[in-house]
Design a protein around this ligand. Structure first.
Ligand code: BEZ
Length: 254
């Protein structure tokens, strides 16, 4: 039996193979960010740098930060300037024109206010935050399936739950408390077609839930989860999962 994981592991090779769609679907953020030549931009939760890399053509200076050593190594191998840093511990002082974050803030769930404060402090006066994350209702079907299926396997799913999917009101209040002026905040469904089987998504993103059962029982667990989800998320031979995005544009006042 392998050890139970309480934290998600980020394995860059597995991520690149199963989660390439994350950077692709994050591209609209760059249009919202409108990078200008010479700007300094922080990409918070840059992962393997696949989206970060797209900023370079705007002649900006980019720093990627991520809590995963493996993902930062992958970002650096793309020639990016990137450092390992947990989003709760950002220690920058009025030095970036913009902070971008795609599909990462929902992983920084221990203290969202500390993360927002770190972003605010990192920005120069007049700097902007452009971010997209999982919002209220995100992956509700998947969470429901994990909950009921794990219960049948004798596991309490709550021990392994660590995401933060806020609604507009919750996140707006936190942004305002930190001193941000909110330009736009919206919550919208973005059904997302997976490149392959949902088991790969679960292995890549929900590993602690799966590792809560013995390795020998994992194929049965995956089958059971898929059986619950199939009527809702499997259409025309494709898995389309129930993402809800919270998109934010906010500004640090002068
Ligand atoms: C998301 O991008 O919304 C997400 C990805 C993996 C796990 C949970 C949420």
């Amino acid at each position: 039996m392998s050890k139970t994981l309480t934290q998600q592991r980020w394995i860059a090779e597995r991520y690149a193979f199963n989660a390439g769609f994350v950077a692709k679907l994050g591209e609209p953020l760059i249009s919202l960010l409108k990078p200008k030549a010479g700007e300094r931009i922080l990409d918070l939760g840059c992962g393997d740098g696949a989206l970060t890399q797209k900023l370079l053509k705007f002649d900006v200076e980019v720093l990627g930060v991520d809590s995963s050593n493996d993902q930062i190594a992958a970002a650096k191998s793309k020639g990016l300037n990137a450092i390992v840093c947990d989003g709760h511990c950002l220690d920058f002082d009025n030095e970036f024109d913009a902070v971008m974050s795609n599909a990462a803030l929902h992983w920084m769930s221990k203290d969202p206010d500390a993360v927002i404060r770190g972003i605010f402090n990192a920005l120069k006066p007049g700097g902007r935050m452009v971010a997209e994350m999982g919002g209220k209702g995100n992956i509700d079907r998947i969470l429901g399936a994990l909950k009921t299926t794990l219960y049948e396997f004798g596991v309490d799913w709550r021990e392994f739950y660590s995401w933060y999917f806020p609604d507009q009101e919750d996140y707006s209040e936190r942004l305002a408390k930190a001193g941000f002026l909110i330009g736009k905040i919206e919550l919208f469904p973005r059904p997302t077609e997976l490149p392959g089987d949902i088991a790969k998504w679960l292995e890549t993103f929900a590993e602690p839930f799966l590792s809560s059962v013995a390795e020998t029982r994992r194929p049965d667990l995956l089958d059971a989860i898929k059986q619950v989800l199939r009527p809702f998320l499997f259409k025309n031979d494709r898995w389309i999962i129930d993402y809800m995005r919270l998109r934010v544009i906010a500004k640090k006042p002068y």
